[in-house]
Design a protein around this ligand. Structure first.
Ligand code: ADP
Ligand code: MG
Ligand code: ZN
Length: 477
């Protein structure tokens, strides 16, 4: 039954902009401050206060447009969108209505070995609302800290047809915004949230069906789940001869189903009117060009380089690109070692693992030259993998001179056959049981013997030489 229908999906993505202060006042935008400690009369809507537009918010909005191939409107104007809700103290939201900052963009991204392009209708600037907190005791409290945090809303054309496409688009968009420095895009902190608009139609039809909207989805899993559940619900309804209404629905992740919130208000309910306290203005000449010039290289271009220059796999690229700081650090190191694959190994195997827990994670104060040197020492066989990983960690923590650290800590790999033979003999004498098992044909005991010899060498035996010498000794038993 499902296979006769296709889903038609358009997304509305809200991203909090990485400004230090709010969009119309000087309050800080820090996440997680105690409730109602980051607000003032302007962002809590006291009568008689006046908004002052934050220049950085406009610039980041333009950067978002440039990073997604939009046309930038040179004339900026704001509207009031009226509605009542306890988290909206002014009773209206300042947003952009018929003159969005950016229009007609697109984002192309890889999907199932091919490429998909999603057209972007518009990107506009607006302010965020506060947050309601519902307590166990049944109280509803309001926290105004988020009121007036600058947002962009990115609206796509209805050209997405599955959960997989939607998630791939969102991942690509998230990386773009992250690299362009527009937003920190932390879905778990709500700085990137997505509304899904979805209708269904019979395959082959060209008209659009009636859509519903699922609001404020804040993980990729929730977006995918909401799409699958709502697609199934609409198909079922149509097959039963029911009518689909324009509705706002909520996705219940536990139950895996969408639930009616309200029948959709129409545009006229919002009474959009030009914001009288923020007169329209024109962007100064050269601003858009200057911002365009300041955009760093975007993730797709970097991915191409990583594959071509350093032989990175698709999965390695995903991980290296997951943080712009990590990517930049990798690039500074990679140009300084002939062993980029070992470098990737060290970064992804050791450093990436500790990044979330390490508060310095975004600082990347380690010396790229020293870090690259560790990969080189490993590549040249002067360190084995264990020692390379230990040394990499030391360099990460601030060690500047890996060569002298290697000597000081006696980490250098030992490739002296005489020493390795001695360790093998020690292990043979200490573990006659292991040799007995080997003689009985239990060849998997070789692993345990290797481990014991490595331990006897305090991790320094050259593993390749150890393997060769041990095989010879075992054969001659
Ligand atoms: P609104 O202002 O009510 O949110 P918009 O026209 O701005 O409506 O559209 C919001 C989103 O809904 C856009 O992403 C658009 O692509 C999508 N959309 C519009 N019509 C449909 C439809 N029939 N089916 C699926 N998505 C749709
Ligand atoms: Mg909408
Ligand atoms: Zn304020």
């Amino acid at each position: 039954m499902h296979s006769n229908y296709e889903a038609v999906i358009g997304l509305e993505v809200h991203a909090e902009l990485s400004t230090r202060s709010k969009i119309f006042c000087a309050c800080p935008t820090t996440f997680g401050a105690p409730p109602n400690t980051a607000c003032c009369p302007v962002c809590t809507g006291f009568p008689g206060t006046l908004p002052v537009l934050n220049r950085a918010a406009v610039e980041l909005g333009i950067k978002a447009g440039l990073a997604t191939d939009c046309e930038i409107s040179r004339r900026v104007r704001f509207h009031r969108k009226h509605y009542t809700y306890p988290d909206l103290p002014k009773g209206y939201q300042i947003t952009q209505y018929d003159h969005p900052l950016c229009r007609s963009g697109r984002l192309t991204f890889p999907l199932d070995g091919a490429e998909k392009t999603v057209d972007i209708t518009r990107i506009h600037l607006e302010e965020d609302a506060g947050k309601l907190i519902h307590t166990k005791e049944g109280l509803s409290l309001v926290d105004h800290n988020r009121c007036g945090v600058p947002l962009i809303e990115i609206v796509t054309e209805p050209v997405i047809h599955s959960a997989e496409e939607a998630v791939a688009f969102l991942k690509a968009l998230r990386l773009r915004l992250l690299y362009a420095g527009v937003s920190d895009c932390k879905m778990q902190e709500g700085s990137l949230r997505c509304d899904v608009n979805l209708s269904v139609r019979r395959i082959g039809e060209n008209t659009l069906g009636v859509r519903t909207e699922m609001k404020n989805l804040n993980s990729f899993t929730a977006v995918a789940g909401a799409i699958k559940a709502e697609f199934a619900r609409q198909v079922r309804a149509l097959e039963n001869g029911e009518v689909i209404y324009r509705e706002t629905r909520r996705y219940d992740e536990q139950k895996g189903e969408t639930v009616l919130l309200r029948r959709k208000e129409s545009v006229s309910d919002y009474r959009f009117l030009p914001e009288p306290d923020l007169p329209p203005f024109s962007l100064e000449d050269g601003l858009v060009e200057r911002l365009h010039g300041s955009l760093p290289s975007l993730p797709e271009a970097r991915r191409t380089d990583y594959k071509a220059l350093y032989g990175a796999t698709e999965e390695e690229c995903d991980l290296l690109l997951s943080s712009p700081h990590l990517a930049s650090f990798f690039e500074s190191c990679a140009s300084q070692t002939p062993y980029p694959k070992l470098l990737i190994h060290l970064l992804l195997g050791e450093i990436l693992r500790i990044l979330p827990a390490d508060p310095k994670a975004t600082d990347f104060t380690a010396s790229p030259t020293a870090f690259a040197r560790v990969a080189t020492l490993w590549g040249e066989g002067k360190l084995n993998s264990t020692a390379a990983k230990n040394l990499a960690m030391l360099v990460w923590q601030g060690e500047q001179d890996p060569v002298s650290a290697m000597e000081r800590l006696n980490l250098a790999q030992n490739s002296n056959p005489h020493d390795i033979e001695t360790w093998i003999t020690q292990v043979f004498q200490a573990h006659p049981d292991m040799l007995e098992s080997y003689r009985k044909g239990k060849t998997n005991v070789v692993k345990a013997i290797t481990g014991a010899v490595m331990a006897a060498s305090k991790g320094k035996a050259d593993p390749v030489m150890l393997k060769t010498l041990l095989e010879k000794r075992l054969k001659s038993l």
